[in-house]
Design a protein around this ligand. Sequence first.
Ligand code: F0G
Length: 381
Amino acid sequence: MPFRPRYTGLIDRYRDRLPVNDDTRLISLGEGNTPLLKLNNIPKLIGKDVDIYVKYEGLNPTGSFKDRGMTMAVTKAVEEGSKAIICASTGNTSAAAAAYAARAGITAFVIIPDGKIAQGKLAQAMMHNAVVIQIKGNFDEGMQLVKDVAEHAPVTIVNSINPYRLQGQKTAAFEIIEELGRAPDYHCLPVGNAGNITAHWIGYCEYSSASGDHVTEACAYCHGNCKYAGGAIVGNRPKMVGYQANGSAPFMRGAMVDDPETVATAIRIGHPQSWDMAWKVKEESQGWFDECSDEEILAAQKLLAEKEGIFCEPASATSVAGALRDIQSGKIPEGSTVVCTLTGHGLKDPDIAIKQSSSPVITVDATLDSVRDAIINNLAR
Ligand code: F0G
């Protein structure tokens, strides 16, 4: 049997296009290379002839897309001699920061909104031995504190304002192009801080350029870290579509939101850090922003789980909730190829999943008769 080279993470795979050199010690957990799954059942259910793919980022090592950015941010922090990293987080960034810090042998400080992060994410930060600081405030207040404290303490910020984060995250676009042989027509993402939508656009722009460096304004967001080195040339770039939860939708309001609220705690953000960049992405790609209600988000989460076998966390389902609405209305026309990013795994937030599930959990006596009856009575579900 021929050997397949061992997959060693996205920095190694895309090192020509990332700001590392041969001597850089890579801090990796084998992130990236996530499945691009074609939805089989949902398009039939809605009766539309559209190819919908989901990029299942929940299958990264800590269960979210944050690992793509964190491998880069922690690799560079270590290269630059940092002994500690810090982030504010709605949960996933803190889980990734904690894990990559553990891998690197440095300390992670994570600032989280008290009582507003999903259990799985808190468990991860604690298990990886991060210093967890809960604040009686929201993510946006935590983010401001991180910026302030980093000026007075020897810590590297690993939120997406750290430019290396977006460099790592852009590789998701590379993977999609390599699998489809082209960019999709539409790429739909949930939007919180708007780092990920920006990172994807950087990735698509780099890949679609024939001759490299800084071909668009968006590409310049890499702050000079981009080392695009040729490769496949694809002619098209997607329209980038960002969906927010309607209680936390500053891009829809056209202004910051001071008291964001949503069941999708990962995107409970009212002051996006990548505000200007995301507006440019929307304009350059001729995409749009829209919002979904909590009910629509949870319905999409359930639909994916029940009809496709794909379990994502509520925030992630925002991309599918919005895309399905826009496909049904014809705003995304039939014949299109659509990619929706599923940013985090459903196991991150078991409380919400159990609360909204309609599956019966049947308790019966431990006898053959009772179990057989339970089966017969539920065969038609
Ligand atoms: N989906 C999930 C599951 C997230 O955790 C986040 C952000 C987003 C979407 C939005 O991505 O901020 O790049 O627009 N989570 C951050 C965190 C804020 O702290 O984990 P974005």
